[in-house]
Design a binder for this molecule. Structure first.
Ligand code: SF4
Length: 410
């Protein structure tokens, strides 16, 4: 084993560091001007999650969205509680856990009056109109509904995937009242994709990886501005900005300081990372996978707490981001993947490591890895990643992590 910290979960670290409570698994953000330091105040009890306008749609959405990449069929009480706390933006996908869409459908069968309260998102992995239609029909059936509020093409990698055929499909699906709005999610090359989408004129919403690490970069700030100008509603995901690996011998002190600082303010580190994103008023909502009632409560508490992050809070998050940059894949896939042959999806594999090591979900990592073409998996063993490593702005140990993917996920 080359990495002594491999498998050392974030949760275990939080326990070790004595962080307060537990927050979101996923989060992101832009920073508006930070206010000056304020004395700690008691945290409020959860009431109703605030709402924000979603782009030009005129639709108000809850600023906290329930990410449904788990078995919602087995978590019906949580859906009920989410509605009661005002977490009324629900996110799922055709490809998620079998119990995700079906779980929401089960809930709507029991509480049909709640359907109109929910801003419902699901996603298609297909790109051709016929395939998208097939998946939409399957989603409608599983979800036990006649319409989807916002329908995403899932994991868009290039703006070329959103061609005129897709545009016509979206227009027809709206005319048929099967979807209200249309957009896409993306994990890679986010800023260029957002810029290109802003020029299309027919994209209503985008969900992108957005967090305290990338929110300050000029590229992401310009991309957000372009989308806002174009009236595109923005949902942040991966807002906790978890890494693909750890070396806490280098970063333990910074992480401990961060956790202790926010504990003194009555927040967990995870809640603070959510607040960093919400501090940008242009982000309509944060999609967070909340697979326990405790996590749902912690995130709802953070959303209703109106205390802003101070300049010191923001500076500490940035210091932590710097200290741990080599652990975090920024999904600038064009940079590293252009340096290796065989179209190996380096940034995707980095995400699978994150699923395994931070989310504690090795089965997700294995499932995604198994979906890669067999040839790509074979080429991982023999490809020389030195040029990719040399280009990586995060200085990630790409060679080692690609080999470990073979050891851990194959
Ligand atoms: S491995 Fe490095 S270059 Fe490649 S996508 Fe991740 S951060 Fe960017």
């Amino acid at each position: 084993m080359t990495d002594p910290y491999k498998g050392f979960s974030r949760r275990r670290f939080l326990k070790t560091a004595g962080a307060a409570g537990i927050g979101s698994l996923l989060a992101g953000g832009v920073a508006a001007a930070a206010p000056t330091e304020q004395p700690a105040t008691p945290r409020p009890t959860a009431t109703q999650v605030p709402t924000r306008l979603f782009g030009k749609t005129g639709q108000q959405v809850s600023i906290l969205s329930l990410g449904g990449m788990f078995d919602l069929a087995a978590n019906q009480l949580m859906l009920r509680q989410a509605v009661q706390w005002g977490v009324t933006y629900w996110d799922t996908a055709d490809c998620y856990h079998e119990g995700s869409e079906k779980g929401i459908g089960k809930y709507f069968a029991k509480y049909p009056q709640d359907r109109e309260k929910i801003f419902l998102v699901t996603k298609s992995d297909e790109r051709k109109p016929k395939g998208i239609s097939g998946l939409l029909e399957r989603s409608l059936e599983r979800l036990n509904t006649d319409y989807i509020d916002l329908y995403f093409i899932h994991g868009v990698r290039s703006i070329d995937e959103l061609d005129n055929d897709v545009r016509r499909w979206a227009e027809q699906a709206k005319a048929d009242q099967k979807i209200r709005y249309f957009g896409f999610s993306t994990h890679r090359n986010m800023a260029p994709l957002m810029q290109a989408a802003a020029k299309l004129g027919w994209i209503d919403g985008i969900m992108m990886k957005y967090n305290f690490r990338n929110m300050h970069t000029p590229d992401m700030q310009a991309a957000v501005a372009a989308c806002i100008q174009a009236g595109i509603g923005l949902t942040a995901m991966k807002t906790q900005a978890e890494g693909s690996w750890f070396d806490w011998s280098k970063t333990d002190r910074t992480a401990s300081q961060l956790a202790e600082h926010f504990k003194q303010k009555g927040w967990s580190e995870e809640q603070a990372k959510l607040k960093a994103v919400w501090q940008n008023p242009h982000i309509a909502s944060i999609c967070s996978q909340m697979d326990s009632m405790r996590l749902l409560k912690a995130n709802v508490d953070a959303s209703v707490d109106t205390t802003s992050l101070t300049s010191k809070d923001v500076a500490l998050l940035q210091a932590y981001a710097c200290a741990t940059s080599e652990h975090y894949c920024a999904d600038c896939a064009d940079i590293c993947e252009a340096a290796v042959p065989h179209q190996i999806p380096i940034s995707d594999i980095m995400r699978y490591h994150m699923y395994c090591r931070h989310y504690g979900r090795p089965e997700w990592a294995k499932q995604h890895f198994a979906a890669l073409p067999e040839k790509v998996r074979e080429q991982l063993m023999t490809t020389d990643f030195a040029a990719a490593e040399a280009r990586c702005p995060q200085r990630m140990p790409i060679t080692r992590l690609m080999r470990e993917a073979l050891e851990d996920f194959a």
